[in-house]
Design a protein around this ligand. Structure first.
Ligand SMILES: C[S@@+](CC[C@H](N)C(=O)[O-])C[C@H]1O[C@@H](n2cnc3c(N)ncnc32)[C@H](O)[C@@H]1O
Length: 363
């Protein structure tokens, strides 16, 4: 039993079943035992490999995307570069290196939103090696106002979700309790849930159906869109999830590069859920922002020149390295790899130029 499982069982024994949102919050962010708080989970020796950890090309192409915007918008001549959930800091370093090649003054100030002390340490080292300075924040509130570009790669999928289940007596919150053997098990809360809590468009579901919402993601998108009303800004959101909202249980756990049961080993496995792009887009529009996409990660990276960049890198690489570059292109953009599963959406001030790849063509 993990130390966190013991704590969770005690809490359930004392106060009754715990919501999925609370379970996810404890598993990922408990100050002592939370998954992200205590460790660096990335890489082959860790639990998963994200796109920036797959290849430098990912961050470089995002750098190209940023420079294009900076060059087409006077409003971005002084800019805060914000990254939400920067992991090891790899994306940021690749992005700034590529951005500075064509736009030396690119990114006046770098702000990182990171909750994990362990990952902040890793980010500090990565940035120091790249000669970059940054300020760290727990949330967007403390970041100075001003024009901004915000990047969030695989950040929103790590934010705790609420799950609701349709039962014979109406919607209930899905929760985690203890079965007759004292083992963690899914259940539903006793309190009726008002239909207004269920995402519109998903209210008419058969018994047993599960729907999800992510209050944390909504709060951050609302904050970004509010900033965009007073200062020119754009947010690039890359994550996995469907284009349109749908019912279904998308909560999943991954440890050592393999799916594991969600209730096994709390605090020792990564927990994620699909990002509901439609819900976030609707909220951003309601707050007055423009929304572009989502398009697939494949469409985004190919439009930004992934293949040309890969060919250029391969020309100066040895045979083994060239094979790794080809494999990275396949992993990032392949239809059976991240290319279709991951989506790219942009939320922007209406005064901002239309971002690529939507500026050149509709992917
Ligand atoms: C899956 S990792 C993605 C890392 C990086 N963007 C990448 O692509 O490699 C999620 C990141 O978000 C951070 N994170 C998760 N929840 C957070 C929260 N509520 N506030 C701030 N950072 C958070 C994690 O510590 C980690 O850095």
């Amino acid at each position: 039993m993990t130390p966190l499982e013991h704590i969770i069982k005690q809490e359930i024994a004392g106060s009754g079943p715990m919501s999925v949102e609370r379970y996810m919050t404890l598993c990922l962010s408990d100050p002592d035992h939370g998954y992200y708080i205590k460790q660096d989970p990335f890489g082959r020796a860790g639990d998963f490999i994200t796109a920036p950890e797959t290849s430098q090309m990912f961050g470089e192409l995002i750098g190209v995307w940023c420079v294009d915007l900076v060059q087409r918008s006077h409003a971005l001549s002084a800019l805060n570069l914000i990254e939400l959930g920067p992991g090891r800091g790899t994306l940021l370093c690749d992005l700034v290196r590529a951005g500075r090649t064509s736009s030396p003054a690119f990114a006046d100030a770098i702000h990182l939103v990171e909750q994990s002390p362990a990952l902040r340490r890793v980010q500090r080292e990565t940035l120091k090696d790249a000669g970059l300075d940054a300020r760290w924040h727990k949330g967007l509130d403390s970041i100075p106002r001003g024009a901004f570009i915000a990047i969030a790669n695989e950040f929103f999928d790590a934010l705790p979700i609420r799950q609701y289940q349709q039962t014979a007596s109406g919607w209930r919150q899905r929760a985690i309790g203890l079965d007759s053997n004292g083992v963690l098990a899914f259940t539903t809360g006793d309190e009726p849930v008002s239909e207004s809590a269920i995402p519109p468009g998903l209210r008419d579901q058969p018994q047993g159906a599960i729907v999800e919402c992510c209050p944390g993601a909504q709060a951050i998108v609302a904050q970004l869109a509010d900033r965009m009303r007073s200062h020119p800004g754009i947010a690039l959101i890359i994550d996995y999830g469907p284009r349109r909202s749908g019912a279904g249980d998308t909560l999943q756990a991954v440890a050592r590069h393999a799916r594991t049961p969600v209730l096994q080993a709390p605090g020792d496995a990564d927990l994620t859920a699909h990002v509901d792009f439609s819900a976030l887009a609707a909220l951003a529009r309601q707050k007055g922002a423009a929304v572009y996409g989502p398009c697939t990660q494949r469409a985004f990276l190919l439009a930004l020149g992934l293949e040309a960049r890969a060919s250029r890198l391969a020309r100066s690489a040895g045979r083994t390295q060239a094979r790794l570059i080809t494999a990275a292109v396949e992993r990032l953009a392949g239809v059976r790899a991240m290319g279709h599963l991951f989506k790219v959406m942009m939320i922007a001030s209406k005064s901002m130029p239309v971002p690529e790849p939507f500026h050149s063509a509709r992917p």
